[in-house]
Design a protein around this ligand. Structure first.
Ligand code: NIG
Ligand code: FE
Length: 411
């Protein structure tokens, strides 16, 4: 095959590649490699010995000195935009109250809703920006951000707009998810079905019309919404042509994942209490299992997600921070790689697939992101490591040395 190097603008040489083109089966390693970028896409990659001739005047050459390239990392589940914080509830939990008890007593998500409603768009933006910057500095080039702390039309839209604006400040692709059905706002106390009417008949149509969201999510749980309410939101999302996702089986098993599977959901997230029937439903629907070790850790959960069952049935597993003020105040994707291995016993290659190719799939971006492959976006992280397992082995020292977004150097 003849390769044209005519339009290459950047060329990495003397690098090792973890291409992540083989799912969680292998890192897809190419050692002593090169990778070329043209028009923001990966135009060529392979061994140095096979590197075609190129015009040294036209191409910016990056000498890798044996460093590693991976796809830019993807954090596919966050709640980065919110007002206030919940350090007081952290204290309450350590004094003996449970996450559910605090939620039932008017704290929890509803407490963040108050703070978020009172925050201006500017102050929400100002508080979310450093959270996004931190993820970016750790190699993240795509992030999903959910609404769900507004819980009325005006404030849900405010959150989604802030999430959109963040993408102008940091070179990261932001995928927005509408999570109006996150918790019951107090003004709808004892009237959850009426709140779901508002979500379906007022919020969703406006959000869809203004293209403010790429997907719709529901918290299907005892302290969230039941199966019937969840289904109403999914059905409304479908009418508006938006894909769905679900927070399900986090604290109990209500069957939210199976319901989501019947709507060809992109993913089911948390899933500590998922049973094998649910895993089968995910497999059949082509869903991604998004595991959130930060929430598991921070809530000191003990029920592990059904990892072996997911492996056996070959359900793709993604890993995300779930960054939020209540259950995972952790803006650290590198720590999630480590926790996925230590807490959930994922292998380092499974963990890396979880923040690259499979995270892309959870966001329906798997034809352009999450792999080093020809034609894919040149979202590329460069690491000063000796082997890919180092990315999940240690945390605290950031081995990222460069980050490219669509072929442009961002770090
Ligand atoms: O993903 N599970 C529901 N939602 C968030 C928690 C949000 C909060 O406690 O503020 C989660 O864990
Ligand atoms: Fe979440």
């Amino acid at each position: 095959m003849t390769v044209s190097a005519a339009n290459w603008h950047t060329l990495f040489i003397n690098v090792n590649l973890a291409t992540m083109t083989d799912g969680a089966n292998s890192y897809g390693i190419i050692e002593q490699a090169a990778l070329a970028v043209a028009d923001g896409k990966i135009a060529w990659l392979g061994a140095m010995v096979d590197l075609p001739e190129y015009d040294e005047q036209q191409v910016q050459v990056v000498e890798g000195n044996g460093q590693w390239l991976t796809p830019g990392l993807i954090d596919c589940h966050t709640h980065l935009v919110y007002g206030g914080n919940r350090a007081n509830e952290f204290e309450m939990r350590l004094e003996g109250k449970s996450y559910q008890e605090i939620a039932q007593a008017g704290g929890g998500i509803v407490a963040t809703v108050n703070a978020t409603r009172h925050a201006s768009e500017q102050s929400l933006y100002d508080s979310a920006l450093p959270r996004l910057q931190v993820l970016h500095q750790q190699g993240v080039t795509t992030v999903e951000i959910k609404s769900g702390y507004g819980l009325d039309t005006e404030n849900e839209i405010k959150m989604l707009k802030v999430a959109g604006k963040l993408a102008n400040a940091v070179p990261v692709t932001v995928k927005r998810t509408f999570l109006g059905a996150h918790a019951l706002p107090i003004e709808f106390n004892d009237r959850p079905d009426e709140y779901i009417d508002v979500v379906c008949d007022e919020m969703l149509p406006l959000i869809a019309e203004q293209s403010l969201a790429d997907a719709v999510d529901v918290f299907c749980e005892g302290i969230g919404f039941n199966i019937e309410q969840t289904e109403r939101v999914f059905s409304a999302a479908k009418q508006h042509g938006l894909p769905v996702k679900v927070h399900a089986e986090q604290l109990s098993n209500l069957g939210g994942t199976e319901l989501a599977a019947s709507y060809q959901a992109l993913s089911s997230d948390h899933i500590e209490f998922l049973d094998s029937k649910g895993v089968t439903a995910m497999k059949q629907a082509g869903m991604v299992a998004v595991l959130l070790p930060g929430a598991f850790y921070f809530l000191r959960e003990t029920q592990l997600p059904p990892i072996n069952e997911l492996r056996q049935q070959q359900v793709p597993i993604a890993i995300a921070t779930d960054a939020n003020p209540g259950s995972s105040p952790i803006n650290n994707i590198q720590l999630m790689l480590n926790m996925a291995c230590t807490l959930f016993k994922l292998t380092p290659v499974e963990a890396l697939a979880g923040v690259t190719c499979f995270a892309a799939k959870a966001l329906a971006e798997d034809t352009t992101k999450g792999k080093l492959a020809i034609g894919f976006d040149a979202d590329i992280a460069m690491w000063d490591i000796t082997q890919p397992a180092e990315l999940s082995y240690q945390f605290g020292v950031n081995p990222l040395t460069a980050l490219y977004k669509l072929g442009n150097q961002a770090i």
